[in-house]
Design a protein around this ligand. Structure first.
Ligand SMILES: [Zn+2]
Ligand SMILES: [Zn+2]
Length: 307
């Protein structure tokens, strides 16, 4: 019985491996990544195939791309001040809420807190994907206020993905810290105004929202690390390799022109299932049918400003 069962088990395991390999196949091939994205892990271009003369004279990617230079020059002093204020306010609120939570931790609450934190991570990954998709796909730099202040970094990032590695803490984190401020204010207000039994009743929800804001706030820092191929602290590489935060090779899939998939940039956990569900594609078809707007029209315009 056992003798016949083992070969069957072997066949089943082999079939399962083949199925998993096919089913979980990367959504971009190594060749597509190689030919249609900037080789950030090879700054001296040692492994770049002979490119056409146009690519050599006017680079498709990098700090010498004319569109990227123009976009970088639009980063203003006013925008930087807004980022500084948001970073300071956000750090104060994160610390305050952390203290409110820490004094209420009980051993019997730990498993519930872990589940709440995990749900917070997943939601943050989805929010990062949705915001990134919306900013990459729609709108233009010419739009008042949001164009130059909030869409500009997304356009710059596609044509010079390495620019993020040269941004300091304020420029990297200003916008993601800013969006968490209303939620952190609400959490602080609840802690200060609600009676203790009410806080205990909704404690897991509070942990969920807190973890969500932490991961949303850290999204662009995690994204920056996914573009940093040299000199990362070993704990960051460990987190990337264990897929707790966005891994470098995983994020390369998004940077394959025309940048139409793998938008989630916090943990990256939702990228594969959303791609298989054709989530972004369906959403874009609906919006294009309703509004007539072409997805990524502005992104393509900037990518073509090579000279
Ligand atoms: Zn993008
Ligand atoms: Zn990126």
């Amino acid at each position: 019985m056992e003798a016949t069962a083992i070969p069957h088990l072997g066949q089943a395991a082999s079939a399962a491996c083949t199925m998993a390999t096919n089913f979980l196949a990367p959504v971009k091939t190594a060749r597509q990544i190689y030919e249609n994205s900037m080789l950030e892990d090879d700054p001296n271009a040692n492994s770049v195939p002979p490119t056409c003369p146009e690519d050599r004279a006017t680079p498709r990617w990098g700090p010498n791309h004319r569109g990227a230079q123009e976009l970088a020059s639009l980063y203003s002093g006013g925008k930087r001040n807004q980022e500084k204020i948001c970073v300071i306010v956000c750090i104060v609120l994160i610390t305050l809420n952390m203290l409110f939570i820490l004094v209420r931790i009980r051993l019997e609450n730990l498993s519930g807190m872990v589940i709440a934190a995990l749900c917070g991570c997943i939601t943050a990954d989805f929010i990062s994907g949705f915001a990134h998709w919306a900013a990459d796909t729609w709108g233009s730099i010419e739009l008042p206020i949001i164009g130059k202040n909030f869409l500009r970094p997304f356009r710059e990032h596609h044509i010079d993905p390495t620019s993020i590695t040269r941004h300091d803490f304020i420029e990297t984190n200003g916008d993601t810290f800013a969006v968490t401020i209303p939620v952190l204010c609400k959490l602080s207000w609840d802690f200060l105004s609600l009676p203790e039994p009410d806080i205990q009743k909704r404690f897991f929800w509070i942990c969920y929202w807190y973890q969500l804001t932490i991961f949303v706030a850290l999204t662009n820092q995690i994204h920056k690390w996914s573009h940093t191929y040299f000199g990362l602290p070993s704990y960051v590489v460990w987190l990337q390799e264990h897929r707790i935060i966005l891994p470098r090779r995983h994020h390369r899939v998004h940077h394959v022109a025309p940048h139409e998939t793998y938008f989630c940039i916090t943990t990256g956990w939702l990228n594969w299932p959303l791609e298989k569900l054709r989530f972004w594609q369906i959403l874009e078809c609906i919006i294009e049918a309703v509004t007539g707007c072409k997805p990524r029209a502005d992104d393509l315009k900037w990518a073509q400003k090579r000279s």
